[in-house]
Design a protein around this ligand. Structure first.
Ligand SMILES: Nc1ncnc2c1ncn2[C@@H]1O[C@H](COP(=O)(O)OP(=O)(O)OP(=O)(O)O)[C@@H](O)[C@H]1O
Length: 325
């Protein structure tokens, strides 16, 4: 058995003349949570659709759970679970009935199916609501039910397309917990797409940043942040403007911001702060206010593309005063 649950080599997907996925390659190890992070329209959903056999690749090789998605789509389907952006539950049926139907489609039945449904509905905290029609459910409850349903046939690889889009922060945190449990207790491989940087950072072992149909960077969150490298210290100072940059070896860049603060680029903000206080004292500059910022994945994206990932995740935004070519 290959150590990889997903292997993609030079995948291209065109819609007519439009190339939505432009020759991407990546591998996902078994038991890993792998996130595709990118703005809307980057090609994430298209990639998931190819990986889950819903779309045929234009060219390239794709293996999921050891099978070729083009040559052996049925084998792939048996081994994967999917939660898509668009809900596919039957709204008129109850939560239990939705689960039951799905189980039957996968050839499950009898006590085995009943026990699994109970276990999974309890897992996503919907057991008490099992006899309610899905149309009475909130968005978060529906997403949890979809998640439970996708796990019924014990997939080796689970695909989640924007699993928490449009959900409130509390529900998002719940979904993240379920995903972590699935990885830890069932050693499941999880492939998720998201445009929330905090989601990729909190959940994923590795992240591929996608933009305009290409993977522009890949690695752990830490590795990606190292692409930017430096922290930024913001100081509000009192003193002559010419010396506010506090020139010193460990300060790698300095910018005066429109609000009067200075932004200093340093390798490690925590270590730089005491030295900055000393410098300021030596040079007769008074520090009135200090804040600092470590690079986020948003900064990484900005650094790589010059744009921000549209962010609905309620993440705090910081100015990014330094940009290297
Ligand atoms: N069926 C289609 N026909 C033509 N173009 C399409 C089709 N589906 C997607 N596209 C285009 O392909 C590009 C990639 O879309 P895709 O949905 O894969 O992006 P995404 O990163 O998943 O974004 P989102 O999160 O909004 O779905 C977009 O420019 C989109 O307009």
């Amino acid at each position: 058995m290959s150590e990889y649950a997903i292997e993609v080599e030079n995948l291209v997907k065109k819609y007519g003349d439009f190339e939505a996925v432009k020759g991407i390659s990546f591998k996902v190890r078994r038991g890993e949570i792998f996130a595709f992070l990118g703005p809307n329209g980057a090609g994430k959903t298209t990639t998931v659709h190819v990986l889950t056999t819903l779309l045929k690749p234009t060219s390239g090789k794709v293996f999921v759970a050891g099978h070729d998605v083009v040559a052996e789509p049925n084998e792939v389907r048996r081994k994967i679970g999917i939660v898509f952006q668009d809900p596919s539950l039957d709204r008129e049926l109850t939560a239990y009935e939705n689960m039951y139907l799905h189980g039957r489609i996968y050839g499950l039945g009898g006590n085995e199916l009943r026990e699994k449904i109970e276990k999974l509905l309890k897992f996503v905290e919907l057991w008490d609501f099992r006899d309610r029609q899905v149309k009475t459910f909130s968005g978060g409850m529906r997403r949890r039910l979809e998640l439970a349903r996708s796990l019924l046939h014990e997939p080796e690889v689970l695909f989640l397309d924007e699993p928490t889009v449009g959900l409130d922060p509390q529900t998002r945190a719940h979904i993240w917990d379920y995903i972590r449990v699935m990885k830890e207790e069932h050693n499941m491989t999880i492939f998720l797409t998201t445009h929330y940087m905090d989601e990729a950072e909190m959940l994923a072992d590795r992240i591929a940043i996608m933009d305009h149909g290409k993977i522009i960077a890949e690695g752990t969150a830490e590795e990606l942040k190292k692409l930017i490298g430096n922290d930024v210290v913001y100081l509000k100072l009192e003193g002559p403007e010419e010396i506010r940059c506090l020139k010193a070896d460990f300060i790698r860049g300095c910018k005066l911001l429109p609000d009067g603060r200075v932004a200093l680029e340093v390798e490690n903000a925590a270590e730089a702060l005491p030295r900055l206080f000393e410098l300021a004292k030596e040079r007769g500059v008074k520090i009135l206010e200090v804040t600092y910022h470590r690079p986020t994945l948003n900064d990484v994206f900005l650094h790589l593309t010059g744009r921000e990932i549209r962010d609905e995740g309620g993440e705090q935004k910081f100015p990014m005063p330094f940009k290297r070519r």
